[in-house]
Design a protein around this ligand. Sequence first.
Ligand SMILES: [Zn+2]
Ligand SMILES: [Zn+2]
Length: 349
Amino acid sequence: MSEPSPTHSPIRHPFETPPAQGEAVELAEGILWMRLPLPMKLDHVNVYALRDGNGWAVVDTGFATKTSRRLWRALMEGPLQGLPIRRLIVTHHHPDHIGLAGWFQTEFGTELVTTRTSWLFARMLTLDEHAVQKEETLAYWRAAGMDAEIYEKRLKERPFNFADVVAPMPLGFRRIQEGDVLTIGNRRWDVRIGHGHAPEHATLWCRDEALLIAGDQILSSISPNIGVYATEPEADPLAEWLESCERLSQYAREDHLVLPGHKLPFTGLPARMRQLIDNHHSALARLVEYLETPRTAAECFPVLFKRSIGDGEYGLALVESMAHLNHLYQSGQVRRERRDDGAWLWQRV
Ligand SMILES: [Zn+2]
Ligand SMILES: [Zn+2]
């Protein structure tokens, strides 16, 4: 969900100009911010390189495309000064973050460092390639009340396949989990795990300076997508995400420079976390009110997003709407009934 930015916001963006393609911006000594393009409405992903002895530790990778590989080679020769990338830390299993992990491993002998769930999920989905939509996915879309025209169109299209944008992943990775401490160069980073946007999402909190590598767990001007998928149609990722926000908030400092997976680095983390939590609570409250009349998940877009949803964001909006409805359902605030076409109709109790 995008949000208006108030003029007197406690959130500040100390680095307002993102790095150009193939270039880097130094955010702190030995910490480089770089970007790779994405062919979507959200058109970029942030990646970082941390000086690690006589090489680098890189955080996240971008999609596995020809362009990304070309840009990475340019980054290696340019801002990374030809020094080896020894470790790749992946925050979570989404293709914009893990896309080139296998390429780094096989091409450069880089060690992959990530959470077990991120690795398992990405590798499972990369091997799960389909030429047509799976029946489970179709059933899920019908349950969500997907617009008939979009449904028909998707029936004829090649489905989204991880393998199209994620390089093959070889066996072998190093696991990180809650409570681990990573030493990278002369900085120590506490690993703290969040959930809800992606299961077992790693965030790295620097012990020696006010720095946080947040991935997509915490973003500044958009809120992380919280979605329900056919993998686990009854999941309540919103509850998990709210729990993570509350738990991680206790470590948040005003002066933390947050390095997010998208958009700009920012400070004002305690306020930002409060905003993110409050935004979801107010969305839930609007939804309960709206569900006086029974509706499908797709019919909830106007009240949930308060703006029109274009084709490019329809899929993300649908999974997010389902996440909010599942949350209300699991917490006993709405009930649901199957319509003849398979769509859930949700109504407040
Ligand atoms: Zn993500
Ligand atoms: Zn992302």
